[in-house]
Every structure is written in C-alpha cells, then in structure tokens.
Design a protein around this ligand. Structure first.
Ligand code: ADP
Ligand code: ASP
Ligand code: MG
Length: 425
C-alpha cells in the first residue's frame, strides 16, 4: 500500500464526463489498496472566465489594488471542481471529502496572485486517509497569515499537488494532464517533438522556468527540495487500463543523472511569450546603476529575468532587462516616475513583442560549442538575437516574437530532437 497524490489539470476536469472518469481512475487506485489524495484544477476555462468577469467590471482589474478580490474570485474555480469530484467519487461508492485550501490549511504568504506556500498542516488529511477516505484538496490556493484567500499564480495547482505530497510524505505525485508526458518541446508547436521517458530534475527545472508550462516552476522546486517522486502522464488513457501500466507511463522526473542522460547534449527546448523588454537609455555608467534600477523594481515585487548592459559611449550606457508582461506597465511607470529622473537617464523604452527561446540539457556541461551551434542555426534562419543569457545547462535568447515558432522548430531539428532515436530515454 502506498500513499499517492494525483493532480488533474483543467482539461482533465473539463466536463462532468471527464470528472466522472477522474473519479473512476482514482477509485481504481484506491481499490488497489493505495491511500489517495487528489488535487484538481478548476474546470478548463473557468479561471479565465472568472478573471474575465472582473475585467468587465473594472478594466484595470489586473492592478494590485484588486488582487485580494481577484484571488477570492479565482479560488472558487477549484472549490467547485473539488466538490464535484468528491460527489462523483461518492456516486462511485467511495468515501470522499473535499477541502478548500483554508480548511487544510495550506498557509501562504500574502503575495496575492502569486503567493508562496509556507506550510501545510497534514493532520486533518491524515485522519481522513486513516479512516479510508479519498481526500480532495483544491489546487491553486491557500490562506495567508491574516485569513485571506490567496492563489499561487497561473498553473499553481501543480505546486499545490507537489507541496501536499511533500507535506504528507507521499510515495509518489502523479501529474495527470492533456499530454502523455514531458516532450522535447511543446508538442502543440512542434509535431515532431518526442516524449521523454525520463527527464532529470535539473533539466525539468530549467524547462519549467524557461516557459514549458507542462509543470509550474514552483512545483519542480518543491519536488527537488523535498525529493518528491514526480511523474507527468495522460488523463486521457481509458480509466480502466492496467494500473501497473498506467503507473509506469508518461515521464518520470529523476534525481539521478544516469549515463544515458549524459549522452544528450540538448534534451529540450522551452519558449515563452510572457515577457517584455524594458530599456533605460542614456544612464550614466557609474557604480550602483544596476542596483538603483533593479533595486527599485525588486522593491515593487517584480521579478526580472534576462539582464543586459551595453558598453558605454561618452560615459553613458543603455540598461535592458525583461519582466513578465503583466508587470510591464507597472515597471515602466515606476521607472519613469522615480528612477529615470533620479539617475538623469534619457528615456525608458519597451518592447512587448518579444519571446524567449531556450535550449536545455545537462549534457551542455560537458560539451563546448553548444551555444555557438544555437547562434549559427538562428543566423541561418535570418533571426536576430536581442539578448542572451546562459547557465550551466541552458542558453536562452530573446527574439522578436514573430520568429518564435521558426526558431523552436529549427533548433529542434539542429539538435537532433526530431529524430526517432530516444537519446535520453
Ligand atoms: P494542465 O491543465 O493539465 O495543468 P497545462 O496546459 O498547464 O495543463 O500544461 C500542459 C500543456 O503544456 C500541454 O498541453 C502542452 O501544450 C504544454 N507544454 C509546453 N511544453 C511542453 C513540453 N515540453 N512537454 C509537454 N507539454 C508541454
Ligand atoms: N486554475 C488555475 C489556472 O488556470 C490553476 C491551474 O490550473 O493549475 O491557472
Ligand atoms: Mg498546468
């Protein structure tokens, strides 16, 4: 008997028929003798629908002033889907109970719309499990220190599931979604993408942070920190397939780097269109510039990604960086209002039509020339690189967003990811 956490994404919970299928699958696992905790997302489209309603009432509803209410609103999507799943399980003859985040409780900080989990109380869950119940816990949400409902950022149910798995020391956390595993890149963009049978935790971390939305980055961080065995698999297989077959399907996130993995130089390509570029022009090239610009941005709780400072000319330089598109207007406003006048900079300009494409692979550690192969490939396609950032196991470039698909496909081909041979599986 094992203690298992299942997470079901929005599409997997997208209709009453699909919820019934989830219930049948979970019941199959429970009847096989496992203790089951299930973390569902809201039904597909529901979070967008709710946030859309807020926008109808207040066009600037994305502003921080509304964020407490946005979280109270968005969290209802998961509350509904969790209760529906409990009802479906009960209709299957199972004992099931659903809890909202605050009932567990899942405690978070107060950073509305992007809150971080601080602790999870496992007592109530354990008592129910010991009483033979299936426990359903809403994804995506928690409660802060003063009793307000918070949400964990888009895609946050992945993080809820892994955090719950860590808190209850589950034997495995299975992330059921609308693709049958982690691919070399998004299979919806590159049909030639291959499923990886295994992917190292470090590669998954980079892929998620570079934009592969199959797992929210924080969920991978939790899995790494608490060594939660994690698997991504399809919820669209028939619910009654053999349990052992299901349990070994999909993609396993591993914590060991085996020999086969080392052979792959690049294991995957991630991309995102979620960022915007901001340049502060004509700043004096003196010590403390980066701190004055980025310190102010960080104080406003805005995350900065790629940073570039150009060589100076006549004692002045340009300083560029990227932020999430949702933070673009706020960042420009902040810089124009205080930082630019203080620094005596010439201007702030921005570009929201950019994308970031990244190649990821632990093999990059032991191979030279990987980045130059990437740059050559992009040059041959006539794609201009605006910014570059590297780490030990990834190289990212910022490009005009119109080239995103072309760049991803070309790189996928150049790094031999299109081929049938499974280089790291
Ligand atoms: P869920 O609602 O189940 O959380 P998401 O839409 O958040 O599902 O994530 C699954 C989607 O992630 C897939 O449908 C796919 O389009 C996308 N995706 C992006 N990169 C990858 C990748 N490398 N491998 C698999 N899927 C990916
Ligand atoms: N329902 C939330 C969202 O749409 C959380 C999730 O699906 O993981 O982002
Ligand atoms: Mg998701």
């Amino acid at each position: 008997m094992a203690l298992i956490v299942h997470k079901y994404g929005g599409t997997s919970m997208g209709s009453t028929e699909r919820i019934r299928n989830v219930a049948k699958r979970v019941a199959k696992w429970h009847r096989a003798g496992h203790q089951m905790v299930v973390v569902p997302s809201a039904m597909s489209g529901e979070t967008n629908r709710l946030l859309g309603l807020a926008k109808e009432l207040a066009p600037s509803a994305h502003n921080a002033a509304y964020s407490r209410e946005l979280d109270a609103l968005a969290a209802t999507g998961e509350q509904a889907s969790s209760a529906l799943l409990a009802i479906a399980l009960q209709a299957e003859g199972m004992q099931a109970v659903s809890y909202a985040g605050w009932q567990v409780p899942i405690k978070t900080n107060s950073a509305y719309t992007k809150a971080r989990i601080e602790s999870i109380d496992d007592q109530r869950v354990r008592a129910d499990l010991n009483a033979g119940k299936v426990v359903i816990i809403t994804g995506f949400q928690g409660i802060d220190g003063i009793g307000n409902v918070t949400t964990l950022g888009r895609g946050g149910s992945d993080t809820s599931a892994v955090a719950v798995a860590a808190a209850i020391k589950a034997d495995e956390c299975l992330i059921y979604t609308d693709v049958d595993g982690v691919y070399t890149t998004d299979p919806r963009v590159v049909p030639e993408a291959r499923r990886l049978h295994r992917v190292s935790f470090e590669e998954m971390l980079e892929m998620a942070s570079m934009g592969s939305k199959v797992l929210q980055i924080r969920s991978v961080e939790f899995a790494g920190k608490y060594k939660v065995p994690l698997r991504v698999l399809s919820s669209f297989t028939p619910w009654d397939i053999d349990l052992a077959e299901e349990a070994s399907s999909g993609t396993l996130i591993t914590f060991e780097e085996n020999e086969q993995m080392e052979q792959a130089v690049v294991s995957g390509i991630a991309f995102n269109r979620d960022e915007a570029k901001i340049s502060v022009l004509g700043v004096p090239d003196t010590p403390g510039i980066a701190y004055q610009i980025l310190g102010a941005v960080a104080d406003a709780n805005i995350e900065v990604d790629v940073i570039i400072q150009n060589v100076s000319k006549d004692g002045k330089t340009d300083f560029s960086f990227t932020v999430h598109r949702n933070d673009y207007a706020k960042t420009v406003e902040l810089l124009k209002g205080s930082v630019v006048p203080k620094l005596g900079a010439a201007d702030v300009v921005g570009d929201q039509r950019i994308c970031k494409v990244s190649i990821v692979g632990i093999g990059m550690r032991s191979h030279v020339g990987v980045a130059s192969k990437m740059f050559r490939c992009l040059a041959e396609e006539g794609i201009n690189i605006q910014m570059i950032s590297t780490s030990e196991i990834k190289t990212s470039v910022v490009l005009d967003e119109k080239y995103m698909e072309l760049a991803v496909r070309a790189l996928h081909r150049v790094f031999d990811l299109d081929q049938e041979a499974d280089s790291i599986a």
